[in-house]
Design a binder for this molecule. Structure first.
Ligand code: SAM
Length: 411
C-alpha cells in the first residue's frame, strides 16, 4: 500500500534489507530481488528508503538482467537532486576529467580512462581517451535518455579542461548492455577508423567501429608500468592469452630478446604482427607467435625444453579451446603445473583473474592450494590491482574485477 502511494508521488521504494546494508557499506548496485522488481519500469530515478526513511537516490535500469539500479547519491535532498541531475552530472564529468589532467600517466601514454564508471561516481559508463578519439561505453540503458546531453557535455568538458579539439566525428558510442555490437561514430558518415595509440614508447593499432573490442586493454596499462623494472631484467618472456600483444611489445621494447606470444585467435595474432611492424625499433625475429591453446602451447614448449624468465597469463574469465568451455580459475589447476614446467629458476610468473566473481583472497587461496597439491616450487610474492586511471570504490568488488598475483620459482 505504502509503496504504491509513494511511487506516484515521490518515487520512494523500500529496498531489501541486504541491499540497504550493502549500500551503507559503499556498494553502489541494487540487484534483482522481490523488492527491486516492484520498481515501476517507467521510473528513471528511485528514491530508496529504509523503513520509510529515504537514504539513497538510484538511477534505474529496468531492462538489466542483474543490476536493476545504481546509486547516484546517498546524501542531500533527493527530490532536488533529481531536478538538478544534469547539472550534477556535468560537475561529475568535469571532476573526472580534471583528475586525469593532474596525473602523470598522461606523459607516458595517450590512451587512458577519462571516466571509470562507479569509480568516478558516474555509474555504468566508461569513457576512453584514445589518442584524440573518445570512446563512450554505456553499460546501462538508463543513459539512452541522456545520450545527447552526455556527449555534448563530455565533449565540451574535454575541450575546455584538456584543451583538445574534439569534434562529433571523434566521438564513438557503444552500448555494452545487450547485443555485442561495435561502437558507432557520432558522425554517421564514418563507419570505422584505424588509429595508433602509444604507451611507454610503443605504438599499437586501435580500430574503432569494427569489432566489439578495439585492440588494447587500457586497464592493463597501469600494471605494465608497475612491471617495467622486473620485465626489463628478463631475457625471455612468454605471454599467454596474448590478444594483440600489448605485453609482448612492451617486453620487446624493454630489451627482452626472446618473446613468445600464445593466443587461440589467428586474427589477434595477425593484429599483434601488425603492431610489431608499426614499431621500427622492435625486432620481429626476437618474437614468436603460437596460434594454439595455452595448454597445447605449454606442452609444445616443454617438449622443446624451453624455459622463460617471465611468464604472463591473462585468460578471459571463461574460455574455450574449441572443444570444451571452462573457467579461468579452475583452469589454473591444469595450467599452473604446465607453466611451472617452462619457468626458469628464479623466474617470475604473473597470473591474472579477470572477473569480479572471484575475490583476490579466493584467487590467492586457490593458487596456494594448487601450489601445495601439485608440489610446485612457486612462492606468491605480490598482488596487482587496477590503479591510476581506473579508480575503484571500497566495498565494491565488481569495480575491481582485475587481480594479479606475482609468483617466483624457487628451485
Ligand atoms: C583478456 S584477453 C588478454 C588480454 C591481453 N593480456 C592484453 O593485455 O592485451 C584474452 C585472450 O585470450 C585468448 N584466448 C581465449 N581462450 C584461449 C585459450 N584457451 N588459449 C589461448 N588463448 C585463448 C583470446 O583470443 C583473447 O585474445
Amino acid at each position: 500500500m505504502y509503496q504504491q502511494r509513494q511511487r506516484t508521488h515521490s518515487k520512494t521504494y523500500e529496498l531489501h534489507p541486504i541491499s540497504i546494508k550493502q549500500i551503507q557499506k559503499g556498494h553502489p548496485w541494487v540487484t534483482i530481488d522481490q523488492y527491486s522488481e516492484k520498481f515501476h519500469p517507467k521510473e528513471r530515478f528511485i528514491i530508496a528508503s529504509n523503513r520509510h526513511k529515504p537514504f539513497a537516490l538510484l538511477i534505474h535500469d529496468p531492462n538489466h538482467k542483474q543490476v536493476r539500479a545504481r546509486v547516484w547519491a546517498t546524501h542531500g535532498n533527493f527530490q532536488k537532486q533529481i531536478k538538478s541531475f544534469k547539472n550534477d552530472l556535468t560537475a561529475r564529468i568535469k571532476t573526472a576529467i580534471t583528475k586525469r589532467t593532474k596525473s602523470d600517466y598522461q606523459k607516458e601514454r595517450d590512451h587512458y580512462y577519462l571516466i571509470f564508471a562507479e569509480g568516478d561516481n558516474i555509474p555504468g559508463v566508461l569513457v576512453h581517451y584514445l589518442a584524440g578519439e573518445i570512446l563512450i561505453q554505456f553499460y546501462m540503458d538508463f543513459w539512452n535518455q541522456y545520450k545527447e546531453f552526455f556527449i555534448q557535455t563530455l565533449t565540451r568538458a574535454i575541450n575546455e579542461i584538456m584543451q583538445e579539439d574534439i569534434d562529433f566525428d571523434n566521438i564513438w558510442v557503444q552500448s555494452r548492455s545487450e547485443i555485442k555490437a561495435p561502437a558507432k561514430c557520432s558522425d554517421f558518415n564514418t563507419s570505422f577508423r584505424n588509429i595508433e595509440v602509444s604507451e611507454f614508447g610503443v605504438k599499437y593499432k586501435v580500430t574503432l567501429g569494427k569489432h566489439y573490442d578495439h585492440g588494447i586493454y587500457t586497464d592493463m596499462a597501469s600494471i605494465r608500468s608497475r612491471l617495467k623494472d622486473q620485465i626489463s631484467k628478463a631475457n625471455s618472456l612468454l605471454n599467454l592469452y596474448s590478444y594483440t600483444g600489448a605485453f609482448s611489445l612492451f617486453a620487446l621494447n624493454e630489451g627482452v630478446c626472446d618473446v613468445t606470444s600464445v593466443d587461440l585467435s589467428e586474427k589477434y595474432l595477425a593484429w599483434l604482427d601488425e603492431n610489431i611492424k608499426l614499431n621500427k625499433q622492435l625486432k620481429s625475429e626476437q618474437h614468436r607467435l603460437m596460434a594454439t591453446s595455452t595448454i597445447e602451447a605449454l606442452k609444445i614448449l616443454k617438449k622443446e625444453n624451453k624455459g622463460f624468465d617471465f611468464i604472463i597469463s591473462d585468460p578471459p574469465s571463461s574460455s574455450s579451446d574449441g572443444n570444451k568451455k571452462s573457467n579461468a580459475l579452475n583452469d589454473y589447476k591444469e595450467v599452473l603445473p604446465l607453466i611451472h614446467n617452462v619457468t626458469n629458476t628464479k623466474g617470475k610468473v604473473l597470473l591474472f583473474i579477470n572477473t569480479h566473481k572471484c575475490s583476490l583472497k579466493r584467487f590467492e587461496d586457490k593458487i596456494k592450494t594448487i601450489i601445495d597439491q601439485k608440489k610446485l616450487s612457486f612462492k606468491i610474492e605480490s598482488q596487482f590491482y587496477l590503479s591510476q586511471d581506473c579508480p575503484h570504490k571500497k566495498g565494491f568488488p565488481e569495480g575491481s574485477y582485475l587481480k594479479g598475483l606475482l609468483l617466483t620459482k624457487n628451485d
